[in-house]
Design a protein around this ligand. Sequence first.
Ligand code: PMP
Length: 399
Amino acid sequence: MNNQEIINMGQQYVMNTYGRLPMALVKGEGPWVWDADGRKYLDFVGGLAVNSLGHAHPKVAEAISRQAATLLHCSNIYWIEPQVKLAKLLVENSCASKAFFCNSGAEANEGAIKLARKYAKKNLGPNQYEVISATNSFHGRTLATVTATGQTKYQKGFEPLPPGFRHVPFNDLAALEENIRPQTCAVMLEPVQGEGGVIPADPGYLAGVAQLCRDKGLLLIFDEVQCGLGRTGKFLAHQHYGVEPDIITLAKALGGGFPIGALLAKEEVAGAFQPGDHASTFGGNPLATAAALAAMEALLQDGVQENAAKVGQYFKEKLSGLTAKHSFVREVRGLGLMLGLELSIEGKDIVAKCLEQGLLINCTNGNVLRFLPPLIITEEDVDHALAILSGAMDEVQSA
Ligand code: PMP
């Protein structure tokens, strides 16, 4: 099928929940993808932080096909070898002691909220259930996670929303302190806000939040679904800030493209879940965990994180060069290869022009161009992307 045939069939049969660009991707290799008409694109969206290892990574592909030919699905009423190995790897590379596996970022956050409430009921107080999160945050689309999400545009029409959530401005410690109430049990934050416009926590903010949580006896949850797993140049984004949360949520890049989510917790907190408390039929299944194990080993062993830090720095400097050339560029921000360019105009025309020229980029929050390329890109890939981006911005400037 060509692009148009796929689009026509999709418009007829697939629910209309996404504003999609007019093409279908059919193949990928490294940082490159191809559409159904055979056009090639440099991918600086990376499945919105999913394809951190690039497309069709040979180690991930091999692990998936080997596992698929061995055992496809068994249930969590038995032990699963790749699941326990993945748990070990994640624990050894974080401040957590135990892992729970699920199938998406929203499901990981949903589990984190349940774990925090369960822990609070047993250890804090019977009426501590409220989760404080940040305005502008994004935590998912299930009812609890969309309520934790700090942007009303995602919540409209789905009321009544579940009770027990409260929002405070991001990067504002005083506002957080003022909003802690007797019923608060946890604070949930993205160390670098993604959908909200690529906004890193200010230096000192997360350490202040962690101290406040310790003082008030609250749990600290970091949503690392988008910013975690090498994206910022360290395994987890909060490791830039010298703080330790009680609960960490992961998804997106974890499976090297295969769907899987995870919830990590410190020993004492993890112990609040006992057999029967929380479950997922597909969570941690052999195929997903074999894919994730291969992906995480490649991320940690093949210098991928180090590359994200180095090429990210190069990319950020090059983006900063654009601020001088284009009056509508307000700010360049981000860490590693999670970068944003805030504009004083809407970003969608620039995204469309880049697409025409063979570069995939994304725009979030209306006016922030967001770059989440595979972490294996080179400085030459950045130069190639910048040439297209800069040309697109020139055209928009002169129009
Ligand atoms: N948390 C964050 C920080 C995210 O960026 C996202 C997805 N954009 C989610 C949670 C939800 O993940 P999923 O779409 O896998 O449910």
